[in-house]
Design a binder for this molecule. Structure first.
Ligand SMILES: Cc1ncc(COP(=O)(O)O)c(C=O)c1O
Length: 378
């Protein structure tokens, strides 16, 4: 039995999502801008998907732009907001635990004359709102702080930061790639101007995502072309995947409470199983009281994480650090920013449960991981 416990890296396509997508691969292949029936069908599908997505995050459908994924949405939001507001100022505030699709855009903007403040986090991976307030300057134009962290699951105080952003008339972007479908991502409750979604984290395919742009907010385009997506993100629409993302968002909203509970139960079962066998040799990086319900970042004392994951890698699939750059063996910048000791960071694995994770999978994974930990500790 192969046990996948790396749902923060990616998720499989939901069967309901796949069924929604299939007709657009063959029967309804027309472009949405054509006027014959198979084109109109594509157009209706995009309209519906936009509504389904808007439903998940409490937005108006017109505020949603489909993109190629979380990376593009983050690039578009940050670069677009920076370029559209550069006459007002060139200062951007972000955190030191963002995904590379945020930090690398910031680095690029830095090279273009923008000034970036990377806020520290505490040892639970959380940015403090007071630090955000203290970082704001007259030339600050944008705050970009993720909703929840991909490696340790820490949830940021987005509501509090949004108050600060509003008071100072600064745009606020959040990367909700990891949080959507796991916790509430209502844009009104979060108070954000821009929000990133990544399809493959919530049982839609890879290579599709969305950007929420609050009505009235103007950002510069990344690309120029035909007038698709209100001219904001031109290019013939990826109807197949848009149909899938729409369905995935509908399901994510519909099943949110059930999935949250199940993922959380499975995470606790995993943790209890592992601590039951290894006691205080298990060092927990994730703050269980303020984190995604499915994420466990933990270390087994003196067991190197890459060795552990490769020993169990034919049966149990978990990751060390962030899966997006898993082949790099350096200590993750997130754990470094949390001030986690080097030895602990090198021993840290990320286990993330999914909406279909079963007790049997968890119990078996606990046994396999524990056997490997025992062997590697000898
Ligand atoms: C927090 C976060 N943001 C953005 C991304 C990038 O999303 P995508 O893979 O769709 O480009 C990821 C993917 O790992 C992520 O975890």
């Amino acid at each position: 039995m192969e046990i996948y416990l790396d749902y923060n890296a990616t998720t499989p396509i939901d069967k309901e999502v796949l069924n929604e997508m299939l007709p657009y691969m063959h029967t309804y292949f027309g472009t949405p801008s054509s006027f014959y029936s198979i084109g109109r069908k594509s157009k209706q599908t995009i309209i519906r998907a936009r509504e389904q997505l808007a439903g998940l995050i409490g937005a108006n459908p017109e505020e949603i732009i489909f993109t190629s994924g979380g990376t593009e949405s983050n690039n578009h939001a940050i670069r677009g907001a920076a370029l559209a507001n550069k006459v007002k100022g060139k200062h951007i505030v972000t955190s030191s635990v963002e995904h590379p699709s945020v930090t690398e855009v910031c680095r690029y903007l830095d090279s273009e004359g923008f000034d970036i403040t990377y806020l520290p986090v505490d040892n639970k991976g959380v940015v403090h709102a007071e630090e955000v307030a203290a970082a704001i300057r007259p030339d600050t134009i944008l705050i970009s702080i993720m909703h929840a962290n991909n490696e340790v699951g820490a949830i940021q105080p987005i509501g509090e930061v949004s108050e600060i952003a509003k008071k100072n008339n600064v745009l606020f972007h959040t990367d909700a790639s990891q949080s959507a479908g796991k916790i509430n991502t209502n844009v009104a409750a979060l108070g954000v101007d821009l929000l990133t979604l990544a399809g493959h984290k919530l049982y839609a395919p890879k290579g599709i995502g969305a950007l929420y742009i609050r009505e009235g907010v103007k950002i510069e385009n990344l690309m120029y072309g035909g007038g698709q997506e209100s001219g904001i993100r031109p290019g013939t629409e990826n109807v197949i995947q848009i149909a899938g993302l729409g369905k995935a968002c509908e399901i994510a909203g519909r099943d949110l409470n059930r999935n949250r509970q199940l993922m959380s139960d499975m995470r606790i079962r995993l943790l209890e199983g592992l601590t039951g066998k290894h006691g205080n040799r298990v060092i927990l990086n994730t703050d269980l009281d303020n984190s995604l319900p499915n994420t466990l970042s933990l270390a087994f004392e003196n067991v190197e994480a890459h060795t552990l994951t490769s020993v169990i890698g034919h049966e149990v699939f978990i990751s060390t650090g962030s899966a997006c750059h898993a082949d790099i063996t350096e200590i993750s910048p997130v754990l470094e920013a949390m001030n986690i000791q080097h030895m602990t960071a090198a021993s840290t694995v990320r286990i993330s449960t999914g909406k279909n994770t079963t007790k049997e999978e968890v119990d078996r994974a606990v046994d396999i991981i524990s056997d490997a930990v025992n062997k590697l500790s000898m």
